[in-house]
Design a protein around this ligand. Structure first.
Ligand SMILES: C[S@@+](CC[C@H](N)C(=O)[O-])C[C@H]1O[C@@H](n2cnc3c(N)ncnc32)[C@H](O)[C@@H]1O
Length: 449
């Protein structure tokens, strides 16, 4: 990119304040490694600093709007470890490459040539990337040179610009690309996660959809059969029931080889993600093997077979305090893993109340917490009004014993693992609680008359 063009785009760019950091990287790239702390500065530049600097100069609202969250070294390497092969004919394209973290993870697996320029020419022929923002594209190329210099342990800096080595890394809208998708043998993706309007004619969703979902289907529609796709995607696409049509579309387009929950993306983006590895199918492939894995059906019964599950009915700031007065429970007044018989609060309520015994489960439930479903048994003789941050499980057999069995089960690692695999967002749903495998020793529930 010429200086004139670069200045013009920098003026328009929402990330122009990031340019100063990219310029510092360019100075590092051109400098000699005799300079003080050159090695340490390169290690920092290649490991997480690009993200830290972006957070320092760009407001959260802006980063969110453009989905600018860069993949950390550990996560990038974990994704690349799922790649089938790095043989020299394989070419990698990241359609939304940001500061090139996934391309760096790929380049780390490439061999070195005899000289630094020869290595850069070879890497440039195997790596492609697009991003909307010129600062990120310049940063990607600079960091790739820094990596190559680090690997070669050359003392001298690169003279001039890295542009000539990386003709396929450029400013462009990934969604408008065609050639780059056709050229690649592997796609590396961590697309933006925001919500956008569904594309025209979209068959798997209407209205507003995840940008990541759109990027994935667009990419798969454009690549050649056999192309390997490795991606980091938001957890909701793996476990959300509303994403089922999207998962079906992915299974139509590709063989699904790996679907692996990961956890929180990083400390700056508090969103759960999963990793996926796909191989683009040949169009019209009739067999349709290797579809998105459906959770294996277990023979044992679930909570829904033995309990009626509801969300508590009191919405404190909405419901008027009129009607009969009841004992009243909400998460702050309910001690966990015990039987509650005494109630410190009451309130008037006109809607539905519950007759003990029953189990309440807190709706707030963080993945990775010691207990995903924290429970309390509510006992006593009088009906109780329950706030809507608690899930109520009423035993079909109406016995305290059933409640005790359920509470014991909810405390187990089996339930934690089940809920971690089933639902990664922070709130339990009625359907997730109903689906918890549960086989009471006290025998099957009596049928309702
Ligand atoms: C979540 S970041 C990931 C960057 C990189 N793939 C990584 O893993 O570190 C998403 C990137 O997509 C870029 N982006 C958003 N919409 C885009 C589009 N339509 N075309 C190309 N890049 C886009 C953003 O600027 C941002 O750098």
């Amino acid at each position: 990119m010429t200086d004139k063009l670069r200045n013009r785009s920098a003026k328009r760019s929402p990330f122009s304040s990031y340019r100063a950091y990219v310029s510092r990287l360019q100075v590092l790239m051109n400098g000699t490694d005799q300079e003080a702390e050159w090695d340490e500065r390169v290690v920092a530049a290649l490991n997480g600093q690009a993200s830290v600097e972006l957070r320092r100069v760009a407001a959260l609202t802006k980063r969110r709007k453009f989905g600018a969250y860069f993949t950390g070294t550990k996560l990038g390497e974990l994704l690349l470890a799922k790649c089938a092969s790095f043989d020299e004919h394989r070419t990698f394209y990241d359609p939304t490459c940001g500061m090139g973290d996934l391309l760096l993870a790929a380049a780390k697996t490439f061999p070195l040539e005899r000289t630094l320029p020869e290595t850069l020419i070879k890497w440039g022929s195997r790596l492609a990337g697009t991003d909307l923002h010129a600062e990120f594209i310049d940063g990607t190329k600079t960091r790739l040179v820094l990596l190559a210099r680090q690997c070669h342990q050359t003392t001298n800096g690169l003279v001039g610009s890295p542009d000539k080595f990386f003709p396929h890394i450029r400013v462009a809208d990934g969604l408008s690309e065609k050639t780059a998708f056709q050229r690649a043998t592997s796609l590396l993706m961590n697309p933006p996660f925001g919500v956008v309007a569904a594309p025209n004619g979209c068959k798997w969703a209407g209205g507003r959809v995840s940008a990541a979902a759109t990027f994935m289907t667009t990419a798969l529609e454009r690549v050649r059969p056999g192309t390997e796709v490795l991606a980091i995607l938001p957890e909701v696409l793996r476990s959300g029931s509303f994403s089922e049509h999207w998962r079906d579309r992915i299974s139509e387009l590709a063989e699904v080889h790996i679907v692996e929950p990961y956890g929180v993306f990083d400390e700056s983006a508090d969103v759960d993600v999963f990793l996926i590895r796909l191989i683009r199918r040949t169009d019209g492939n009739a067999t349709r093997k290797k579809r998105w894995p459906v959770p294996r059906k277990r023979r044992i019964t679930t909570v829904a077979n033995h309990f009626d599950v509801h969300v508590g009915r009191v919405v404190p700031h909405r419901d008027p305090e009129t009607g009969p007065e009841y004992d009243y429970i909400h998460p702050r007044c309910v001690p966990t893993w015990t039987i509650m018989r005494e109630f410190s609060e009451t309130r008037r309520h006109e809607g539905c109340v519950y007759q003990p015994p029953f189990v309440v489960v807190r709706r707030t439930s963080r993945p990775g917490h010691p207990y995903r479903a924290t429970a309390t048994i509510i006992a006593g003789k009088q009906p109780v009004a329950v706030e809507n941050h608690l899930i109520v499980c009423e035993p079909k057999k109406r016995t305290l014993k059933s409640c005790q069995e359920l509470m014991r089960e909810l405390k187990t690692e089996v339930v934690n693992e089940f809920l971690n695999a089933r639902i990664r967002c922070r709130h339990l749903t009625v359907s997730a609680v109903e689906a918890i495998p549960f086989q009471p020793k006290t025998g099957p529930a009596r049928r309702k008359p």
